[in-house]
Design a protein around this ligand. Structure first.
Ligand SMILES: NC(=O)c1ccc[n+]([C@@H]2O[C@H](COP(=O)([O-])OP(=O)(O)OC[C@H]3O[C@@H](n4cnc5c(N)ncnc54)[C@H](O)[C@@H]3O)[C@@H](O)[C@H]2O)c1
Length: 460
C-alpha cells in the first residue's frame, strides 16, 4: 500500500460511483473517477454534476484538488484501490446483466501492475459468485503477461439512498467488506477510517447528525457480502409491500393504516421505518435486485415465494391508483388527470422504475389526457419518454387546470405546501386528489374543497 492518502480509482460515475468518489476525495484520498460516457466526464470536469443529488456540487468543489475525471483507465496502474461502480441492470429474465462489470474488469486488468497489492472492490450490486468471476477474468487476461501484478478482490456493497447519497456515504449505519485477503481488507479499513472514526470536518452542505454513532465495520467472506446487499434490499422491499398489503385490508375493514403503522412500528423488533403505505417502491434497485435474487433462487432450484409476493403486491399497488380513479370517477376514459411528481422518489431526477411511468402509461392507454409536473425530473422524462403524449406543466397550478383528478406520485417537500384552494378552483367539478404517498392531511385537503383519497387511511 502506498500510504495515506490512498490512490483510489472509481469505475463508473453514476449515483454510486460519483458519490463514493466525491466523498472519498473529500475525506482526503486522491481519487480518479473513470467513465466511458465522455459527456459525463466533460460535465464533471467543468464542476457540474450529471445527477441531481443534494450536496454533490458543493462537495465536488470542496474536493476538486483531489479529484480527476477521465475516460482513460491508465490511472488504475498506480491505484491502491479500484472500485467497480458500474450498472447491473436487469435482463429480460430478471437476472442481473453483468456485461458492464465484465467490460470494466477487462479494462482494469489491462491497466494493472505497479508491484504492490492492488485491491479491486466490487461496489456494484452483483449476483453470488461475481467476485470469483472477476478474479477469473483478470487471471485469464494476465496469464502469460510478464507483469508484476498483485491483486485481491473484495466485495463492498453499497447501501446509499438516492436523494440522501452524500449523507449516507459520510454517515453510514455500517460498512460491509467481504473477501478472504486480510491485507486487502485492511487497506479498505484504512480507506474508510475517516468515515469509520468520523475524523473529517463535516461539510456545511451535509452536517453530521447529532449523536451520530460510529458506523460498524463488518468484515465477512465475499459470498456473504454479496448476499447481504440483496437480502437488505429484499427485506426493505418486503417491509413496504407488507404495509401496503395491510393498507388495502384497512380500507376494506375501516381501519387506518397510519394508526396501524404507528402501533406496530413502536415495537422495537419491527421499527417504524419503511412502514409508510402508499403506491409502492420504485427506483433503480428494489425492482432489479428482487428480480435478481429471485432468479438466483430459481438457478438453485429454490423458489422464493415471500419475495415474489412482495413484488406482486408492489405491482398491484401502482394500479390501485387506477382502481381508485374508477371508483371515484366511474368513467375514466376521456378524463384529464394530473401527475404530481415523476421521479421515483424526492430529491432525485432518477426515473428508473418510477411508478409515475406505469401510471401515466395506464392512463394514456385508457384514453385519458395526462398532464405532468416534477420539480427536477421533467427533462429526463422528456428525453426518455418523449413518445408518451403527455402535457408538461411548469407548476402545480398549471397542472391542475381542467383536471378531474390530480395524483400525487412523488412526495416532494414542495407538495406539502400546495395552494390547495387555488388547485381546487382550477380543477373540474370532480376535484379528486389521490395522495399516493399519504403525506397530506386529509382534513386540509377537504377544507380546500377537494375530495381526498389516500391509501388505507380512515376515514378515507
Ligand atoms: N443507485 C442507487 O441508489 C444504488 C444504491 C446501492 C447500490 N447500487 C448499485 O450500484 C451499481 C451502480 O448503480 P448506479 O445507480 O450508480 O448506476 P448508474 O447507471 O447511475 O451509473 C453507472 C455508470 O457506469 C458507467 N459505465 C458503464 N460501463 C462502464 C465501463 N466499462 N467503464 C467505466 N464506466 C462505465 C456508466 O456510463 C454510468 O455512468 C449498481 O449495481 C446498483 O445496483 C445503486
Amino acid at each position: 500500500m502506498g500510504g495515506w492518502p490512498l490512490r483510489v480509482c472509481i469505475i463508473g460515475t453514476g449515483y454510486v460511483g460519483l458519490t463514493t468518489g466525491v466523498c472519498l476525495a473529500f475525506v482526503g484520498h486522491k481519487v480518479t473517477c473513470i467513465d466511458i460516457d465522455a459527456k459525463k466526464v466533460a460535465l464533471l470536469r467543468e464542476g457540474k454534476s450529471p445527477i441531481c443529488e443534494p450536496g454533490i456540487v458543493e462537495l465536488l468543489q470542496l474536493a476538486e484538488d483531489r479529484l480527476t475525471f477521465t475516460a482513460e483507465f491508465s490511472d488504475c496502474r498506480g491505484a491502491d484501490v479500484i472500485i467497480l461502480a458500474v450498472g447491473t441492470p436487469s435482463t429480460e429474465t430478471g437476472k442481473a446483466n453483468l456485461s458492464y462489470i465484465e467490460t470494466a474488469v477487462t479494462s482494469i486488468a489491462e491497466n494493472l501492475g505497479n508491484g504492490k497489492l492492488q485491491v479491486i472492490v466490487n461496489k456494484s450490486t452483483v449476483p453470488i459468485g461475481t467476485s470469483l468471476r472477476v478474479k477469473l477474468i483478470i487471471d485469464q487476461i494476465l496469464t502469460g503477461k510478464k507483469s508484476a501484478c498483485q491483486f485481491a478482490i473484495a466485495s463492498n456493497p453499497e447501501f446509499l439512498r438516492e436523494g440522501a447519497a452524500i449523507h449516507d456515504t459520510l454517515y453510514p449505519d455500517r460498512i460491509v467488506v467481504g473477501g478472504d485477503d486480510v491485507e486487502a481488507i485492511n487497506i479498505l479499513r484504512v480507506m474508510y477510517i475517516p468515515i469509520l472514526e468520523q475524523t473529517f470536518v463535516a461539510p456545511n452542505c451535509c452536517p453530521r447528525p447529532e449523536g451520530f454513532p460510529l458506523p460498524a465495520f463488518v468484515t465477512t467472506d465475499g459470498t456473504s457480502a454479496e448476499m447481504i446487499k440483496y437480502a437488505a434490499n429484499a427485506f426493505l422491499a418486503t417491509k413496504i409491500s407488507f404495509i401496503n398489503e395491510i393498507s388495502g385490508l384497512c380500507e376494506k375493514v375501516g381501519a387506518d393504516v397510519e394508526e396501524v403503522s404507528r402501533g406496530i412500528g413502536l415495537d422495537k423488533r419491527i421499527g417504524s421505518r419503511f412502514l409508510e403505505a402508499g403506491l409502492g417502491w420504485g427506483g433503480s434497485c428494489f425492482g432489479k435486485d428482487t428480480a435478481a435474487l429471485s432468479s438466483i433462487g430459481y438457478e438453485y432450484g429454490y423458489p422464493m415465494p415471500l419475495l415474489e409476493g412482495a413484488v406482486r403486491v408492489n405491482r398491484r399497488q401502482r394500479m390501485r391508483v387506477i382502481e381508485k380513479l374508477q371508483e371515484s370517477l366511474k368513467v375514466v376514459r376521456g378524463r384529464t388527470v394530473g401527475i404530481l411528481g415523476l421521479a421515483f422518489k424526492p430529491n432525485t431526477d432518477d426515473l428508473r422504475d418510477a411508478p409515475a411511468i406505469d401510471i401515466t402509461k395506464a392512463l394514456l392507454e385508457m384514453g385519458c389526457r395526462v398532464k405532468v409536473y416534477d420539480p427536477v425530473a421533467m427533462d429526463n422524462f422528456r428525453e426518455q419518454y418523449g413518445a408518451l403524449a403527455v402535457e408538461y406543466c411548469e407548476n402545480p397550478l398549471l397542472l391542475a387546470e381542467d383536471c378531474d383528478a390530480v395524483v400525487l406520485v412523488t412526495e416532494w417537500e414542495e407538495f406539502l405546501r400546495l395552494p390547495l384552494r387555488e388547485i381546487a378552483r382550477r380543477m373540474t367539478k370532480e376535484k379528486i386528489l389521490i395522495d399516493g404517498r399519504n403525506i397530506m392531511k386529509p382534513s386540509h385537503v377537504k377544507a380546500a374543497g377537494l375530495k381526498y383519497i389516500g391509501f388505507g387511511r380512515w376515514p378515507a
